[in-house]
Design a protein around this ligand. Structure first.
Ligand code: PMP
Length: 353
């Protein structure tokens, strides 16, 4: 029976991407060597890098004001690297859980002056605070999709200052209006590839020289070196490129968003129709990527996970911070597999209520 992988990340890749990578792993474009075996300075890799940038620009409809960086250290290094590069006088944060708190912790270490303008901590991060940022700040920071709690911004706050967005868990899942975005970043390992690659889309005017930043951590220097101050994650960029090619093939981000809405709707419908299951996040903010819920009778949770596993529905255990169940339905999740989980949930409810 086919395995269904609901992992929150690193997570399932498109089958087509895995197949293409397998096909040409030993011989990239029939050249007799693997993409993993050649220099990042070779024209062949350079072509792949430029092609990947072009795909990102086409998918997000970016103009020439944006630069793309391929970095390392995960989204977590960005929690420090962002203030290192962009902070001058003041940052504002919206606190929506563990990942924004981690970003604040790094700002603390760097002794940056910041304000938390809103937090959903009062309801254990089950909603998104609706606030706008001040005009006169260096940047306003938020996390567009909160992987642990299953909350997601449906629209971005207004801001004259640049928005800095952790999009680790909803990268390339929908179209975005970049008119207020200064920096969109995330690890590739959830929606666009494998771990070890951090992707940044940054407005060029933010690429400024600043004192006391180690070369490798300087956005400006990285941009000038085409993300190749040192060896980038070449294989990660390759898998990203295959993933983006697939997204273009299936109709771009508007289409992907439509599919994501349809898939999430299938599961939310089951949750809404039942008292047996309890959705975690508030309805208007619920995520299309990570669907978090509990069983009303929490003693049944272990059995739920065991029975799901028997049906090859894997990695449904919620994050340790929250417990419960989490079904991650990233772009690559097929609708028929969401239907399998929905059917399983209905049968489980019938058998155990
Ligand atoms: N931000 C969000 C929203 C995440 O979900 C994660 C990882 N789960 C991170 C940041 C940290 O990412 P990384 O492991 O790439 O540092």
């Amino acid at each position: 029976m086919e395995i269904v992988n609901f992992s929150a990340g690193p997570s399932a890749l498109y089958k087509e991407v895995l197949e293409e990578a397998r096909e040409e792993f030993l011989s990239y474009q029939g050249r007799g060597y693997s993409i993993a075996e050649i220099s990042h300075r070779s024209p062949i890799f350079e072509e792949l890098l430029f092609e990947t940038k072009a795909r990102i620009k086409r998918l997000y409809k970016l103009d020439e004001n944006f630069e793309i960086l391929f970095l390392q250290g995960g989204a977590s290094l960005q929690f420090a690297q962002i203030p290192m590069n962009l902070y001058k006088n003041k940052i504002e944060f919206i606190d929506t859980g563990v990942w924004t708190s981690r970003a604040m912790k790094e700002a603390d270490i760097l002794q940056a002056n910041y304000e938390v303008i809103a937090s959903s901590k009062d309801e254990n991060y089950s909603y998104i605070p609706k606030v706008n940022f001040s005009d006169n700040i260096d940047y306003g920071y938020l996390c567009s999709n909160n992987t642990i709690y299953g909350t997601q911004y449906k629209s971005l706050p207004k801001s004259k200052a640049p928005l800095v967005i952790d999009a680790s868990s909803d990268f390339f899942s929908r179209e975005l209006d970049f008119s207020n975005i200064g920096l969109l970043f995330g690890g590739a390992q959830k929606n666009c590839g494998i771990s070890g690659l951090t992707l940044l889309i940054i407005r060029k005017d933010l690429l400024q020289e600043k004192a006391n930043i180690p070369s490798l951590l300087s956005y400006k220097k990285q941009a000038e070196a085409n993300s190749m101050l040192n060896t980038p994650n070449t294989f990660g960029i390759y898998i990203l490129s295959l993933t983006l090619k697939h997204l273009e093939k299936i109709g771009g981000l508007a289409k992907v968003h439509e599919l994501n809405q349809e898939k999430a709707e299938i599961l939310y419908k089951v949750l809404d129709a039942s008292d047996f299951y309890q959705g975690y996040s508030c309805k208007e903010d619920r995520s299309l990527m990570n669907l978090c819920f509990k069983l009303a009778d929490e003693k049944l949770q272990k059995t739920f996970l065991e029975e799901a596993e028997k049906e090859n529905l894997l990695f449904l255990k919620g994050h340790k911070e929250l417990g419960g169940i989490r079904a991650s339905l990233y772009n690559s999740m097929e609708k028929k597999n969401v239907e399998k989980l929905a059917d399983f949930m209905k049968v489980f409810e019938k058998n155990f209520s």
